[in-house]
Ligand binder design. Structure first.
Ligand SMILES: Cc1cc2nc3c(=O)[nH]c(=O)nc-3n(C[C@H](O)[C@H](O)[C@H](O)COP(=O)(O)OP(=O)(O)OC[C@H]3O[C@@H](n4cnc5c(N)ncnc54)[C@H](O)[C@@H]3O)c2cc1C
Length: 369
């Protein structure tokens, strides 16, 4: 194996939406070369693509006021910054189930008013629902994003900013070599090393899977192998996104990157979960998992609430590891993780629980880096 060493001002590990935006931020600072290392052979191919594509506007988080409120602030910014990637031209409905829901229609309305989110009871779509199971449907304001448009944007912007992008470059170690850090990665069958003043660990599910001197994040993580079914909806559901709240229910959202809908269900989308542990690599765990779709069970339950879903055609499934902070397991909150390490100056770990949290990360970078 060949071994070569190089130098940069900053190394960003992970070419998802977070890594790309952080690399662009660092390049704008003009302090030296920025290098972005990504283990896959493309940008935004993992969680930044394999997700529900919802630009949240708060509705999803009746149990976490802060996340709901931050979503309200971030959605208009996201829509203004990535207009070509944001789909707004579909009907957005949230519905409250009569049984087993953690909120009633009245409580949900009050909560939306508190966070200042548009909500309008709607009878126009009640024919879509089984009204014995649905208390009330509401028209709301929420969007979907197209991850393939974001990926094309990322590729172009990195080039314009002069950032060195290495794909199929899998980082294995972060070691302390003050003043700075050394990042080791496998690339084209050789081990390479880069030393840098700043290293950003933006690897989402892989945050704690490095050898060397990094002992891991302080914040405890939990991983879930998730499945979202990709469906071709019948004509009367094609231009609609529906989420039934708040409990063991489901969402069907446009997935613009494929012109289909995702169907996800609180009971069937998570296949299994485990607490984060160094040495148990979530990506490998997913790769080894025999991915048997649960779409039949999803459709069977969803059609009780929305009978026409029975006419949807299954196309494919997106399987991905979803990583959350253990502390938010019960309230569904999606704050950012942004950590520094006194014994490894210059190293930062970043995880954004949802795509529009990028603004919260950029704010921290502005204040602290
Ligand atoms: C099932 C699911 C549904 C979701 N739904 C939504 C939603 O509707 N709306 C929303 O806003 N958010 C949603 N999210 C969350 C959202 O997808 C994430 O917040 C966001 O994509 C995180 O971006 P990222 O760049 O941190 O992660 P990623 O896009 O996963 O990027 C991390 C990158 O690091 C790379 N990497 C990992 N280890 C290494 C290594 N050792 N060396 C080099 N590269 C490495 C990976 O290959 C990957 O490309 C969902 C997530 C999941 C999984």
């Amino acid at each position: 194996m060949a071994l070569s060493e190089s130098k940069a001002y900053a190394v960003v590990i992970g070419g998802g939406f977070y890594g790309v935006n952080i690399a662009l931020y660092l390049a704008q600072q003009n302090k030296g070369q920025v290098v972005l290392l990504e283990k896959e052979n493309g940008l935004l191919t993992r969680a930044s693509y394999h997700n529900q594509a919802r630009v949240h506007n708060g509705y999803h988080y009746p149990r976490s006021f802060t996340t709901a409120y931050r979503s309200r602030i971030n959605l208009p910014r996201f829509a203004a910054d990535w207009p070509d990637a944001v789909k707004t031209d579909f009907t957005k409905l949230y519905a409250i189930a009569r049984n087993n829901s953690k909120v009633t229609a009245k409580q949900f309305t009050r909560f939306c008013k508190e966070i200042g989110a548009t909500i309008e009871p709607s009878e126009d779509y009640s024919h879509l629902f089984n009204n014995r199971l649905i208390e009330q449907a509401f028209l709301v304001e929420e969007y979907a994003f197209d991850a393939s448009v974001l990926a094309a944007w990322a590729q172009e912007q990195l080039k314009l900013a002069g950032i060195e992008l290495l794909l199929s470059a899998s980082v294995t170690e972060i070691t302390n070599k003050q003043p700075g850090l050394v990042v080791s990665y496998g690339y084209k069958e050789s081990i390479q090393k880069i030393s840098a003043e700043k290293v950003f660990n933006c690897t989402y599910s892989g945050l704690n899977q490095f050898g060397g001197d990094f002992i891991g994040t302080h914040t405890k993580l939990k991983h879930e192998v998730t499945e979202m079914a990709l469906m071709q909806m019948p004509d009367n559901l094609k231009n609609i996104g529906i989420t039934v709240m708040d409990g063991p229910f489901f969402s069907m959202m446009p997935f613009p990157a494929r012109g289909l809908h995702t169907l996800s269900h609180v009971r069937y989308t998570p296949h299994f979960n485990w607490l984060d542990e160094k040495g148990v690599n979530p990506y490998e765990k997913l790769a080894l998992y025999e991915k048997q779709t649960r779409v039949d069970r999803m459709v069977r339950d969803v059609q009780r609430y929305i009978p026409d879903v029975a006419k949807a055609e299954y196309r494919d499934s997106l399987f991905e590891v979803k990583t959350i902070l253990v502390k938010n397991e019960t309230d569904d909150g999606r704050p950012i993780l942004f950590e520094e390490y006194p014994d490894l100056p210059g190293l930062y770990s970043v995880l954004g629980g949802k795509i529009d949290n990028i603004y919260d990360v950029l704010e921290r970078l502005n204040n602290e880096v």
